[in-house]
Design a protein around this ligand. Structure first.
Ligand code: DGJ
Length: 350
């Protein structure tokens, strides 16, 4: 293959459609690694029956199947990552100090629907695994966000005992004081990505507070835990599917709204510092079907190796009734002075 054909079947080196949904890319040793959710057939294929799948490539068109690099545990094992749990949006980053590969994912322990809102962490000495599951957490237990107003710390919690449906809440998240509700247990974390800055600091970006608000959290130096330093952005904007990247010293974010598996209009934002202020710049998609992100949802945006200014948008066209058939929408990112854009192309090459 010598071009990208967004939305079509994308065969791997064995001729099988790539099975790495909600994925992300790691570039190391002149090789791209694509990690994603291994889905199975039918509607039941939306839960984790197998684990996290990895593929490798030198050219981004042709992908070699590296197999399942994190395997879910057998039914009845009682593990946090027991078969039948929800394990979504895995991302892997390389820690050049420890030499290890850290994998983070959104985890919903089996049988709780989406109420768990946890983050899973696994580690390996090798990009192609096997990854060892370490633990799952609710981020930043006991820590206030660094940009949380003192008045809110004193305000009563009005969301005590409530769990909402993920798409809406009955009042502004600050009125409910969801952060305070979750202070001791740790903040909720669902859709997520990871980002490593030029200085080697790594960040976990996740939908929190019943999906109403995005948190950006710095990881510990080994990338295997939260540092306790985090901040809230886009309060009450209900953003999912975050993808964060940096170009020319500026930080860019893409995200979706919250409409389950159905595509919606994407958002974008820009900042001079990771801790903000972040400024929303609207829907980055242009042209036909831009209003629903070309029938996709963002999962990752990554730079072409050795080309500072070229980035690729990676999105999922979900097929919830037959999860394994989900398609991938990869498109180039275009920039003007202030913001970035994505245009539809049926077929394109680098
Ligand atoms: C939207 C999220 O972006 C997906 O990762 C998944 O959690 C679905 N919601 C489930 O409905």
């Amino acid at each position: 293959m010598k071009n990208f054909t967004p939305g079509e079947i994308w065969p791997d080196n064995k001729g099988v459609h790539i099975n790495a949904h909600g994925g992300g890319i790691l570039f190391v040793d002149n090789t791209y690694y694509w990690y994603g959710e291994h889905k199975t057939a039918g509607e039941a294929g939306n839960v984790a029956n197998v684990g996290v799948h990895c593929y490798s490539s030198k050219d981004l068109y042709n992908w070699k199947d590296e197999g399942v690099v994190l395997t879910v545990m057998p039914e009845g094992s009682g593990s946090d990552i027991e078969q039948g749990c929800i394990l979504e949006r895995p991302k892997v980053i390389h820690n050049t100090k420890t030499g290890q590969y850290a994998m983070w994912f959104h985890l919903e322990p089996k049988g709780l629907g989406y109420l768990g809102a946890r983050s899973g962490i696994a580690v390996s000495d090798n990009p192609t695994g096997p990854f060892t599951f370490i633990k799952s957490v609710r981020p930043n237990a006991g820590h206030w966000p660094k940009n949380f107003p003192d008045e809110l710390k004193e305000m009563p919690v009005r969301a005590e005992g409530y769990r909402f449906d993920g798409g809406s809440i009955p009042a502004h998240p600050d009125t409910l004081n969801i952060v305070k509700r979750d202070l001791e247990e740790g903040q909720m974390a669902r859709d997520m990505t990871l980002f490593v800055d030029d200085d080697g600091k790594a960040y976990h970006i996740y939908s929190s507070e019943e999906n109403s608000t995005l948190h950006i959290a710095r990881l510990t130096d080994d990338y295997l835990d939260h540092s306790g330093e985090y901040a809230r952005f886009f309060v009450g904007r209900f953003m999912e599917a975050p993808a964060l990247f940096k170009k020319g010293g500026k930080y860019y974010l893409m995200a979706s709204g919250c409409t389950g598996w159905a595509p919606n209009e994407a958002r974008s934002a820009v900042a001079d510092h990771i801790w903000g202020p972040w400024k929303e710049m609207g829907n980055p998609c242009q042209g036909e079907e831009a209003y629903r992100t070309f029938r996709s949802q963002s999962t990752y945006i990554f730079p072409l190796a050795g080309k500072e200014d070229q980035f690729i948008y990676m999105g999922d066209r979900w097929t919830p009734t037959d999860a394994i058939d989900g398609r991938y929408i990869w498109l180039p990112i275009r920039f003007d002075e202030e913001r970035f854009f994505i245009d539809w192309q049926e077929s394109w090459s680098l």
